[in-house]
Design a binder for this molecule. Structure first.
Ligand SMILES: *[C@@H]1O[C@H](CO)[C@@H](O)[C@H](O)[C@H]1NC(C)=O
Ligand SMILES: *[C@@H]1O[C@H](CO)[C@@H](O)[C@H](O)[C@H]1NC(C)=O
Length: 489
């Protein structure tokens, strides 16, 4: 193949206007242009020649660099090409033998016994790593208290011992995942070099099952192929992890494992138990087999946060399996409805929101004590972010029982839900006199938690004590939208 090798600074005699064109067509086009003698002025940058071939590796063992270059061909009036004239690639040869003299030592040693520094004195030189620019050839005169910089080190010299990166043209560069030095290209969360996180799916959930007994509770299956796993919780409970063979990797069989790195499923799992009641588990992955994440409960579960990235083809089966097993965070199961007469509903639409009083008015004969004031933005954000459901609902009825109060509500608009809500739901609140109280026939904005009993038979919406329940109004609607922006994603 005939390579185009114009001399340095070469300009072509003729100009043209038909741009751009691929370099391989260059000669053909150039011939055409020259023979036609076209006039006119060219604009924009010049055109790169194709890359030359890669040079041999700069070293004969271990890491080194190889280089390739290209030239910019410019017509008169054209600007310089955009981009680099040189590209540097990491080359990895078999490790150097232990006896090999390091590259930098060799370069310093070139000055041994030679008169330098303008005098006839000679020295023995060894690398000096305390100087500011690690890509200068800084050498210490052995037996003397000074060093000298002999200019730049040769391309491919390690920047400093034990540090990633090689010197190229006086700069310390490390290789991107594409092998090019200084490219800055990284693997994305899906493991693709230079990808945009778009070839896999992000799973991020909170396992909130309260857990009524001490022991192991399933949190989630972590399918094979998961990457960038991270699990955290703040409590005195313990995370536990089981491999595909049913053996525990961590905190199994009622015994607590120490903080540390655990090798399992083809990856390193880093488990840390902080001094405070907090644990984290993380791994880069990809995992080579399914793992089962559990939590060993010894106190009520305040929530186990977990996240990982899954290849697209594993996401559907993962979701389906999680739902089938009802692992606390998936869809709510149907709530068994008690058979009892429905409270008669007042004739519906005339429920003009404008008629809603600004404060919650409890019906006249109410023996309940007043509730603490729970207004304010902080309270709203706290409950918005910490709840499983935020919705607008109309209270259809209320039933007070010994330990709790049950409201029947019609869900009108859902702002946030971790699992589907039905149009009619029961909402439970602790005590006979819950705070804040809800008045029948009024509309509210409510933040509720989901509560599932260990046997899975009870699956309830809970309005916690001093929870979030505000009479609905358009202003409340926009405040809730604002609150949603303050939640950690
Ligand atoms: C991929 O996701 C990670 C973590 O969320 C983020 O830090 C990174 O910037 C993302 N990369 C791209 C290319 O969007
Ligand atoms: C937890 O998950 C494992 C594996 O999917 C399953 O065999 C086991 O029955 C589950 N345990 C409970 C209590 O659901």
């Amino acid at each position: 193949m005939g390579k185009l090798r114009p001399g340095e600074g070469e300009r072509l005699a003729s100009s043209h206007t038909g741009r751009p064109f691929p370099p391989q067509n260059f000669l053909l086009l150039l011939g055409t242009l020259l023979s036609c003698g076209l006039g006119g002025s060219a604009q924009g940058p010049g055109e790169w020649t194709p890359w030359g071939s890669w040079t041999h590796c700069s070293s004969s063992c271990g890491q080194g660099v190889s280089v390739r270059s290209r030239r910019c061909i410019r017509f008169p009036g054209e600007e310089p090409c955009w981009g680099d004239t040189h590209e540097y690639r990491l080359c990895q040869l078999p490790d150097c033998p232990p006896s090999a003299v390091p590259f930098r030592d060799l370069q310093c040693a070139l000055y041994n016994g030679r008169p330098v520094l303008g005098t006839q004195k000679t020295y023995q030189w060894v690398p000096f790593h305390g100087a500011p620019n690690q890509c200068d050839l800084n050498c210490l005169a052995e037996g003397h208290a000074f060093y000298h910089s002999f200019g730049r080190v040769l391309d491919g010299t390690p920047c400093s011992p034990g540090v990633e990166g090689l010197c190229v043209a006086g700069r310390c560069l490390s290789a991107g995942c594409d092998g090019l030095l200084g490219s800055g290209t990284r693997e994305d969360r899906c493991g693709r070099c230079g990808g945009a996180n778009d070839s896999c799916l992000f799973v991020q959930r909170v396992f909130r099952d309260a857990g009524a007994f001490a022991g192991y509770w399933n949190v989630t299956l972590i399918p094979e192929g998961a990457r960038h796993l991270r699990v955290t919780h703040r409590s005195r409970n313990h995370l536990a992890l089981m491999g595909g063979d049913g053996r525990y990797v961590l905190n199994g069989n009622w015994a607590v494992s120490p903080s540390g790195t655990y090798e399992a499923a083809g990856t390193s799992l880093i488990y840390t138990r902080a001094a405070g009641p907090e644990e984290t588990l993380s791994a880069t992955g990809p995992t080579s087999q399914d793992l089962l994440l559990q939590v060993f409960l010894q106190e009520p579960n305040p929530g186990v946060e977990f996240e990982f990235w899954l290849p697209g083809e594993r996401y559907g089966p993962f979701q389906a399996q999680a739902q089938a097993q009802d692992l606390g965070w998936p869809l709510r199961q149907p709530q068994p409805r008690e058979v009892e007469p429905q409270p008669p509903e007042p004739s519906e639409p005339p429920a003009a929101p404008a008629a809603i009083p600004p404060r919650i008015l409890t019906p006249a004969p109410d023996p309940c004590a007043p509730c603490p004031d729970t207004r304010g933005r902080a309270h709203r954000v706290l409950h918005y972010c910490g709840s499983d459901f935020v919705f607008r609902a109309r209270v259809l009825g209320r039933r007070r029982q010994a330990q709790e109060t049950r409201y029947e509500v019609r869900v009108q608009l859902v702002y946030k839900n971790r699992s589907p809500l039905r149009t009619r739901e029961y909402l439970w609140a602790p005590g006979r006199c819950p705070c804040p109280p809800l008045a029948p026939h009024h509309e509210y904005l409510l933040a509720a938690r989901r509560l599932v009993s260990p046997d899975g038979k009870q699956d309830r919406l809970l309005l916690p004590h001093s929870g979030y329940a505000r009479p609905w109004s358009p202003a409340e609607d926009s405040r809730v939208h604002l609150a949603s922006r303050h939640c950690p994603v």
